[in-house]
Design a protein around this ligand. Structure first.
Ligand SMILES: C[S@@+](CC[C@H](N)C(=O)[O-])C[C@H]1O[C@@H](n2cnc3c(N)ncnc32)[C@H](O)[C@@H]1O
Ligand code: SF4
Length: 374
């Protein structure tokens, strides 16, 4: 049974707070429903959410990272400016979107991230922020909340600290994430959420169920993405879930605070890629989602609506019953998505210089300065 917006409100009382904080969000949702009703009569999809990756730079080295095959160090110098983002976001709202997810790479590397948030009309959109949380503390979280972020979506790969820290190449990150989620629980106006990759190992070992408990203790929701054979996992189709593991994950997601990724926030779930959600790269390319790494056009060349209509036709060919195209439709992925070009190493830099990032390693004593956004 899909979790519809009203069920989500009931299951997560914090969403009532979001509506209280952002009453115009109700209008945005109603507008989307009206558009959807009209467009469905012509057999057309209607957008509900849009994801913006702001940079592919990152200080972590996750072994599964999907962004490595999207990173282009040359194009990274010419990322979308705030005006470009505002235009693309407004186009998305005209197509029905009421939910924005900010992602990367690691978006918190941007010193002026709070200003970027304001490009997405926070007064009438639900805004989530994906982060590894390495460089943020509760004061920065409060500044992001004040800019309009409603949900802090922090990655946690395992309930075991050593496994998570080892995978991320970020010593101490696991303890920091849990402590930060404890603080977010006590903070008004923003909700905590854990993002985890639902690998077969995690499902079978009981790790996924343990992560659901860790989230619940912090009054947080948790979303599992299906492992996708892209980025550093490029071409490794064996990471994709077997039917048994998928069934195991499905039953774990029956917990009231657990979701398949993409279903948290306010959307219902069927694979949303290119149908109710789309993804814009820092370079303007429009993809169905971060894991279907095929650009259907660029917002610098044409309006978002033109790309959206074209992309919907292609993805609809895959059928509508799929839970997650990138995680399940192996044949479609092989036929339609070029294999990851190359396994690029992510830059280790965490310092923004002009319009790009250097490759200096992260130094612990620099963190305060960077978090302060000097
Ligand atoms: C690309 S990251 C960007 C945001 C931030 N750097 C982070 O790690 O949370 C967004 C989410 O995608 C997940 N992810 C990355 N590569 C993936 C893959 N190949 N399959 C499934 N999920 C993946 C990450 O674990 C993370 O939760
Ligand atoms: S934190 Fe990990 S998953 Fe997120 S962008 Fe960096 S390397 Fe990729």
């Amino acid at each position: 049974m899909p979790k519809n917006p009203f069920q989500i409100v009931l299951q997560n009382p914090g969403f009532i707070g979001t509506l209280w904080r952002k009453p115009r969000l109700v209008n945005s949702v109603l507008k989307q429903r009206w558009l959807r009703w009209n467009r469905s009569k012509q057999g057309l999809q209607t957008l509900a959410g849009i994801e913006f990756a702001l940079t592919y730079a990152c200080q972590a080295t996750c072994e599964h990272c999907s962004a490595t095959s999207l990173l282009d160090t040359v194009r990274e110098r010419n990322r979308l400016k705030q005006d470009d983002l505002r235009t693309a976001a407004d186009d998305a709202f005209a197509l029905g979107a009421y939910e924005v997810n900010i992602t990367g790479g690691e978006p918190t590397l941007l010193k002026d991230l709070e200003e970027y948030v304001t490009c997405f009309r926070p007064e009438r959109t639900f805004i989530g922020l994906n982060t590894n949380a390495d460089l943020i503390d509760i004061d920065r979280v409060k500044r992001l909340r004040d800019a309009g972020v409603d949900m802090l979506k922090i990655s946690l790969d395992s309930p075991d600290g050593a496994v998570h820290d080892g995978n991320r190449g970020l010593p101490g990150n696991h303890a920091h994430v849990l402590a930060l989620l404890d603080e977010v629980k006590r903070t008004r106006g923003i909700r905590g959420h854990i993002c985890s990759v639902g690998t077969g190992d995690l499902v079978r070992s009981g790790g996924a169920a343990r992560l659901v408990e860790l989230a619940e203790q912090r009054n947080a929701t948790i979303g599992f993405t299906l492992p996708a054979a892209v980025g550093r996992w490029g071409g490794q189709y064996e990471v994709m879930l077997t039917d048994d593991d998928l069934e195991g994950l499905r039953s774990i997601c029956r917990a009231p605070n657990a979701f398949f990724q993409g279903s948290v926030g306010m959307s219902t779930f069927a694979c949303p890629a290119a149908r109710t959600e789309i993804y814009v790269s820092p370079y303007g390319d429009v993809l169905p989602c971060p894991f279907i790494q095929r650009s259907f056009g660029n917002v610098r060349d044409e309006p978002l609506s033109a790309v959206y209509e074209r992309m919907g036709e292609a993805v609809n060919l895959a059928g509508s019953s799929s839970l997650c195209l990138a995680g399940q439709a192996q044949k479609w992925m092989k036929q339609n998505v070029p294999a990851s070009r190359e396994r690029l190493d992510m830059p280790s830099c965490s310092t923004e210089h002009d319009e790009t990032f250097c490759r200096k390693p992260v130094r612990a004593d620099e963190v305060g300065e960077r978090v302060g956004g000097s």
